[in-house]
Design a protein around this ligand. Structure first.
Ligand code: PLP
Length: 421
């Protein structure tokens, strides 16, 4: 006999037939910890969904958001409307960007600005006399959200399956082979290719680190073929890799940077597309009558979200959190590498930024494709939240986490793995 879940809530990426009994209702958060509705405390080793970089429950955010709600609770940016927090946040983000003179286009979240970036790449070439440059290249295992274009540019086949055909102007290259990008640009024709999307470290696709020299090589290939280099830093930015944007760990100047998540520490939804001056130029001619980018979401640059963003940047600066993503990469790698030799583990990936993954062996996955979910559940029983991803689990703790929390992770992982046996 089948039974429907108790509640109407439909969870993203969830087996809704299994949700009852497994649902974890989080009711409270403070620092690196969250509590469920039964009062049980967990180390939030995923920083929710890669974003609670300063942890949970910061009073500065409550204060900034409350103040903004009292002054102006909403106002849009369409046409010539503006609000003060959006203006100020755009200027601050542009000031931090690796390319001086960048412009900032806000969206409601990561997927939103990915779609914006695809459209803007094509609009840029249309405005500069090359409207046939529309093709977009992504990477195998890349994740760029679940909006239309994000689904197409993403390289995780399961996420694009069963929802109809994907648009033909998208293709993918192996994530770790810069030469394959060059070959693909030549195959399609450089005069047809608008952009290449690249996560500095692939996140949701399994925490896949770029080989040495890869980022510099793909940036150079893009420049040589006049293909826009779009760095998807939705996860990588705001300290996760130890720098403001993540991509600025490498000596490259992307044409666009997509970001979201940690820009508000996840407290209020917000995305931002950082656009290098060259790409913005056709739309910023300095005289009336400039081409208009006919694109925008209702909540783009929402004043409350931008107020949270400003308070977030203050926290990162005041607490010196941004470099911690690099300072903590070795301690995190040490914490997870304890399971490197565990018989159920194929590989541990860590060492570049404050994120890591544990991949299960092929035998484990063949015997039970649900093993990552079971591992996640077993870690939860040990008081640590990890994320099941593909063939294993991933962690990306808050940047405020310290040795005691990493010890919790180091202790929980082998115990949880043992319980899978
Ligand atoms: N790009 C990357 C690299 C991401 O990791 C994500 C989400 O995890 C997205 C884009 C999509 O962001 P959102 O879920 O806010 O739409």
């Amino acid at each position: 006999m089948s039974a429907q879940p108790k509640h109407a809530l439909w969870h993203p990426f969830a087996d809704m037939g299994a949700v009852d009994g497994d649902r974890m209702v989080i009711t409270r958060g403070a620092g690196s910890y969250v509590w469920d509705d039964g009062g049980r405390r967990y180390f939030d080793a995923t920083a929710s969904l890669w974003y609670a970089n300063f942890g949970h429950g910061r009073p500065e955010i409550t204060e900034a958001v409350t103040k903004q709600l009292q002054a102006l609770d909403s106002y849009n940016l369409f046409g010539y409307n503006a609000n003060e927090p959006a203006i100020e946040l755009a200027d601050r983000v542009a000031e931090l960007a690796p390319t001086p003179g960048s412009k900032v286009f806000f969206g409601s979240g990561g997927g939103d600005v990915i779609d914006t970036a695809v459209k803007l790449a094509r609009a840029y070439f249309a405005q500069t006399g090359r409207p046939e440059k529309v093709h977009v290249i992504g990477r195998t295992q890349g994740y760029h959200g679940t909006h239309g274009f994000g689904t197409a540019v993403g390289g995780i086949p399961a996420n694009a399956a069963g929802v109809g055909p994907q648009p033909p102007e998208f293709s993918h290259v192996p994530f770790d082979d810069a030469g394959a990008l060059e070959a693909e640009i030549q195959r399609v024709g450089a005069d047809q290719v608008a952009a290449f999307f690249c996560e500095p470290v692939i996140g949701a696709g399994g925490v896949l680190l770029p080989p040495d020299g890869y980022i510099e090589a793909v940036a150079e290939i893009c420049r040589r073929h006049d293909v826009l280099f779009v760095a998807d830093c939705v996860i990588a930015a705001w300290g996760r890799l130890g720098t403001w944007f993540g991509i600025d760990r490498w000596p490259v100047q992307p044409d666009m940077i997509t970001t979201a998540k940690g820009i508000t520490g996840g407290t209020i939804p917000l995305g931002a597309l950082v656009v290098a001056p060259r790409v913005a130029e056709p739309f910023f001619t300095g005289t009336p009558g400039a081409p208009i980018f006919r694109h925008g979401a209702t909540y783009a640059g929402h004043p409350v979200a931008c107020a949270a963003g400003l308070a977030t940047l203050d926290i990162y600066e005041r607490d010196g959190l941004i470099p911690r993503g690099r300072e903590l990469e070795k301690p995190l790698a040490d914490a997870v590498s304890g399971v490197n030799d565990h018989p159920l583990v194929k590989e541990v990936r860590a060492g570049l930024g404050f994120l890591a993954a544990v991949e299960l062996t092929a035998e484990v996955m063949d015997a039970d494709p649900g093993a990552p979910v079971k591992l996640q559940r077993a870690c939860r029983d040990e008081g640590v939240i990890v994320r099941n991803l593909g063939r294993g689990i991933a962690v990306s703790p808050p940047l405020v986490a310290a040795e005691p929390e990493l010890d919790l992770l180091a202790t929980a992982l082998p115990k949880a793995l043992d319980r899978l046996r």
